[in-house]
Design a protein around this ligand. Structure first.
Ligand code: GDP
Length: 198
């Protein structure tokens, strides 16, 4: 698939307001500041398709991008999670919408979970993995900001994360990624191709 053709389609605050649940989509999730927006921009080779979010606490929307001019293949940017300043009540609300989307969205083929390679498998990541596991949903983990570590240390982290997820290796794949250096883009696109074309 040509990911450069990604265009903004629509935003939805809840599952009920999402576009028609047909075709195939892949959703990106991550702790806020993990590098999710940058990863989407790197994968679509666009500067500002996904906004790198500088305003914690504003309304969290599910953003949909369509590929290749149609609406049948989509990328989905799920709300970033974990801003310290957001009240507990609002956090629980986001969790509810996220869980609702993951559990009930028929066209969802796989989840890309973006983690900072220096802080992988946060509490949020574990929660997302738990929900994915419940649904037998495939997950691809991008250990991003890999450029922040020396190559040996980054590979070490990759092996550690793989080791911790060994029991899920049928459903979960992991790779190193750098939006800054555009490393790992082709590998990630190949995984998305499997999901969106398969
Ligand atoms: P989001 O909140 O998960 O969408 O995270 P952003 O994409 O907005 O990135 C958060 C911060 O990390 C920004 O300052 C980015 O410039 C930086 N960042 C994101 N990806 C990378 C990367 O691959 N390498 C480096 N060095 N910095 C990155």
């Amino acid at each position: 698939l040509n990911y450069q053709t990604a265009r903004f389609l629509t935003s939805a605050p809840t599952l009920a307001q999402c576009p028609l649940d047909a075709g195939a989509e892949v959703a990106f999730a991550g702790r806020s500041n993990a590098g999710k927006s940058s990863a989407i921009n790197a994968m679509t080779q666009q500067k500002a398709l996904a906004r790198t979010s500088k305003t914690p606490g504003r309304t969290q929307l599910i953003n949909f991008f369509s590929l290749a001019g149609g609406e049948s293949q989509r990328l989905v940017d799920l709300p970033g999670y974990g801003y310290a300043k957001v009240p507990e009540k609002v956090k629980l609300e986001w969790q509810r919408h996220l869980a609702d989307y993951l559990r009930n969205r028929q066209s969802l083929r796989g989840l890309v979970l973006v983690m900072d390679v220096r802080h992988p498998l946060s509490e949020f990541d574990e929660m997302m993995l738990g929900w994915a596991d419940e649904q037998d949903m495939a997950v691809h983990i991008l250990l991003t900001k890999a450029d922040k570590l020396k190559s040996g240390a980054a590979k070490n982290e990759l092996q550690k994360v793989r080791g911790r997820l060994r029991e899920w290796e049928d459903l979960v794949s992991v790779q190193l990624f750098s939006s800054l250096k555009r490393e790992g883009v082709a590998e990630a696109q190949a995984r998305l191709d499997e999901w969106l074309l398969g």
